[in-house]
Write a protein that binds this ligand. Sequence first.
Ligand SMILES: *[C@@H]1O[C@H](CO)[C@@H](O)[C@H](O)[C@H]1NC(C)=O
Ligand SMILES: *[C@@H]1O[C@H](CO)[C@@H](O)[C@H](O)[C@H]1NC(C)=O
Ligand SMILES: *[C@@H]1O[C@H](CO)[C@@H](O)[C@H](O)[C@H]1NC(C)=O
Length: 446
Amino acid sequence: MIVVASAVASQSEASGVGLEQCIVGLPACVTITTRDKAGGHCRSGNAILSAEVCTPDGSVADGEILDHKNGTYDFVYTVNKEGEFSLALRLYDQHIKGSPFRLRVTRSPDPEVSPPTTTATSLTATATPSTGSSEGAKRRGKSPGSGSKKKGSRRTGSALGTPRRRENPIEDDLIFRIGTKGKNKGEFTNLQGVSTSSSGRILIADSNNQCVQIFSNDGEFKSRFGVRGRSPGQLQRPTGVAVHPNGDIIIADYDNKWVSIFSSEGKYKAKLGSGRLMGPKGVSVDQNGHVIVVDNKACTVFIFQPTGKLVTKFGSRGNGDKQFAGPHFAAVNNNNEIIVTDFHNHSVKVFTPEGELLLKFGSNGEGNGQFNAPTGVAVDVNGNIIVADWGNSRIQVFDSSGSFLSYINTSADPLYGPQGLALTSDGHVVVADSGNHCFKVYRYLQ
Ligand SMILES: *[C@@H]1O[C@H](CO)[C@@H](O)[C@H](O)[C@H]1NC(C)=O
Ligand SMILES: *[C@@H]1O[C@H](CO)[C@@H](O)[C@H](O)[C@H]1NC(C)=O
Ligand SMILES: *[C@@H]1O[C@H](CO)[C@@H](O)[C@H](O)[C@H]1NC(C)=O
């Protein structure tokens, strides 16, 4: 008897980072492993596979499938525009396990590897914010990469470890920006979360430098701490930071899958959420001193006592009322309500402390009140909600009912993929301008 191990779609799987995300203009790769109906590896090639990255309007990728002749195949592809697409992988015209996948295509957050292809055409062709002026159009006319390059070449050398504070010569809302790409004090590599303290400090989660850096409200470097690693007390990818009313510094560590607590001097005290958290991105503290953790991977908001005891949790992956499609950061308002940005749902959701949905606002787009993947969020004393709009590289302000109020005027020195955002104790907005590897402080008029 001849046993033919033939590949079946329902058992075949795909893996690789290219399954979820890639960068405009740069090749990405997905590996497909074919299996027979019992789940065993197929060891020969020649299966008929097809791959497609598309929008309702058509295909946006160029790619090819490489047959390794051992039952595995690589799909190597490049996408020519940013956005969220569906990646369909089919074997003999049947979707393989998990297909179609949701693929997020972004421009490079790193100007150094920005591809020459810009998406200016597609961006300028679509609507720009209609009120608030020509700000959107102006910003879009200029590629973020070229903008920061120009600044880079203009800059003069400065002493190692001395952060550069650059005042804004033009009248938008920027007061100053701090930092360039680097590993030294006052320099950043892919900074993410931002927090502030009532004692006049700004804290930055510098994710790729595995540390937290602390500045005064005026942008003066004060200190930093963090040792790279996977043991308790070490940081692997700090993405969220918050300051507890008792002064402790709380850090969400995405890769270590826990939250670390340090003293205000940066001495390690404890960790929480270990074994429960899958990918904590943002962290915040509520009015009871509870630690609110936004687990991006689990699509769940966890509320812990500082001791690590779980108070409650809510949320799962999906588009339902209590669900998320990739939550990033949270803020807490005066009513102790929890405001969460839902990156892939392009919305902001407000919950009671018990996790009941009170309000949801936002949809995908570039208009007023729309988002292209919201990230950082803060709330002022009047309950107004300030949101970093990552894909549109802007900051929007809403009232407590979710009505659009205004933009922070960032036109003179455009943002590039803003992440964490907070209000300083002197009433300014501070935002992590991740793609430009700096943080910026803006005037905020209520
Ligand atoms: C199949 O071949 C490719 C390319 O030679 C190799 O990288 C891969 O590890 C092989 N996979 C298996 C399961 O043998
Ligand atoms: C934003 O600031 C620029 C100056 O950089 C100014 O020309 C523009 O009018 C401002 N936009 C708004 C809406 O105030
Ligand atoms: C966001 O969630 C709503 C339900 O709350 C759903 O109708 C909508 O399709 C979702 N949007 C996206 C882009 O997933």
